[in-house]
Structures are given as C-alpha cells and as structure tokens.
Design a protein around this ligand. Sequence first.
Ligand code: TYM
Length: 332
Amino acid sequence: MNKEIVVSGIRPTGFLHLGNYFGAMRNYVKMQDDYPCYFFVADYHSLTTHPNPQDLKKNVFRVVAENIACGLDPEKIALYAQSDVPEIPELYLLLNMLAYKGELEKVPTFKDKVRQQPENVNAGLLTYPVLMSADILIHRAQKVPVGKDQVQHVEMTRNFAQRFNNRYGAFFPEPHPFNFGSEPVKVPSLDGNGKMSKSENINATIYLADDDDTIRKKMKKAKTDMAPTEPNSTMTEAVENLFQLMRLVSDEQTVATFLKNYNDCSIRYGDMKQQLAEDMVTFIKPIREQAQALQEDEQAIRTILKNGAEKARESAAKTLAEARKLVGIHYY
Ligand code: TYM
C-alpha cells in the first residue's frame, strides 16, 4: 500500500449531487484500495449557516449512506464525523494563531458568502479554511481529492503547514489536491450558470437521490443553444457543458456520435438531452436505491461512525501530541 495519506470531507448541508460524485467521491472509491484514507462528514463546517439541529443528524447519516452506496467500504477506510474527533478543533486553535485576518478576508469563498449572507458573517466563516487545514493536517495527509472549488483551500493548507514548519520545525507534509489522471473538475449546472450545488440552483443540479422522472424533467429543461450552422464551430458554454456531462455518464461511443453530429451540424439537442437523461438514470438509480436502503438501518450507520471515529482519533492523537510538543505545550 502507498504510504501517502488521503483526507477529504463533505459538508452535510443538503443532498449530494453529480458534482460531489465526480469531483470527489469517485476518487475516494478509487483510492481506498491503495492509500490509507480518512473521509469524513464536515458537520462542524456546516454550522456556519446555523442548520436546524433536528435536521443535522439526518443529513450526516444520509451523507454516510450515500458515500457507501457510491462504493466506499468503511472496513477499508476511516469514515467518520468531524465532530467525533476533538483533536481537530484543538489543532484548529493552534493553526488560528498562524492565520492572518487579511489573508482570510481575501479568500474568494469567504467573499462570496459575505455577498450571499451579509447578515451572518461569523468568525467560523472567516476561519473556515483554517478548520479545513486542521482536518487535513491532523492526519498529516498529502493527497486531498476535491473538486475545483476547493483547490484554493488546499493551497492555504500548504501555506499554514509551511508556516508551522518554519516556526516550530519540519513536521507537516504539504498536501495537494488530487484527481485521478487530470486536473480537479467542476461539474457544471444545467442552467449555464456556475456549478452544481447542494443548496443553490436545485432545478439545475442532478442529485444522487433524484428519482428517474425528476432527472428526465431537469434534463429536458437544461440550457442549450441554437444548433451550429457551420461545420466544426466552436461550442458555446451551454453546449460544452452538455458534452462535459455526457463524458462523465455516457459511454465513449455515444459521446463520439453526438460530437460527430455537432461537427457536421446534424445535432438535435433534444435527442442529446434525452440520451443524457437516460444515461444519468442508469447511473443514479442503483446508488439512490442502495442509499435509501442503508438509511433505514440507523444502527448500522451509528456503528460505522463509531468505528470510523476510533480509527481517526488514533491517527489524530499522535499528530496532535507531536504538534503540541513542538509548540512548547508539554508540561509533564
Ligand atoms: P462540499 O461539501 O461543498 O463538497 C464536497 C466535495 O464535492 C466537490 N464538489 C464539486 N466538484 C466538482 N463539481 C461540482 N459542481 C462540485 N460541487 C462540490 C467539492 O470540491 C468537495 O470536494 N470545504 C469542503 C469540505 C471540507 C473538506 C475538508 C474537503 C471540509 N474540510 C478537508 C477536503 C479536505 C466543502 O465544503 O465541500
């Protein structure tokens, strides 16, 4: 087994979607056989938006069930809730001393949140990348499978790791974003605006819990453009997005056929969207059904989380003990 350690997390803020799958979870499943992996539900991170306490547990359990339905095997990895590992917030506290207000205020995801929710710009939101760094560094990870939107947070983690190392001695390895065989991906939304998301543009996002008809309806409304009139024209963003989605869920032959139709101007976007809808249905149905079945067995999920927390704490405790010693907090 490779020695490089893998860490990644997902916030329990809504239903998981194709963006989460192709940006992150597909990599988790591929990596679990070759690396020591720590995958977690980022429940502390979700508190920045003050979720209803009654909903939180259900959402955490659903994220666990959906990850397993996608192929994660809790026997092979540590699958846990962030809040079950108290070493993470303790490392977060140490790292907060090395994180500066100015740099945190400049982070694009923070600036977006300030625009979206000006009434709730709390300190947790500002220090979100520091908590994320603690999630990663607590296991001294080197590989972080994430989508494109999280790449900058991993860069900041590298900065904080370097800063710690410069001040206290070489200890943390530098983590990097990871996607098998290519750059991190951004799965586009169906309305031509930005990316698929757990809580925004619900009708332009395909969720792993969507039923067959919902998928077909959403695909029917997906944005397209005028058909090309000149052979081999450059694609508009909306059309490029459809091809991108098709490359993810359809077979190569199907993609090649529609590409040829595009290039010789015979493409009919209605047909393409219908084909894409059917391929998404085929892809999602088994995941949805298995995730539903798993969620009915709460006891099984509790056991998975408990075992996962034990594995994660074992590794986390070692890192924290060393980090405290290096900082000088070591009295007896
Ligand atoms: P979150 O919960 O928003 O998303 C979970 C994972 O899904 C990826 N993702 C996407 N990838 C491609 N296209 C999309 N449309 C798309 N939407 C989401 C995200 O990049 C992510 O990999 N801050 C993180 C959670 C986190 C974390 C960590 C991740 C907390 N601590 C430590 C890695 C390591 C977040 O909010 O992801």
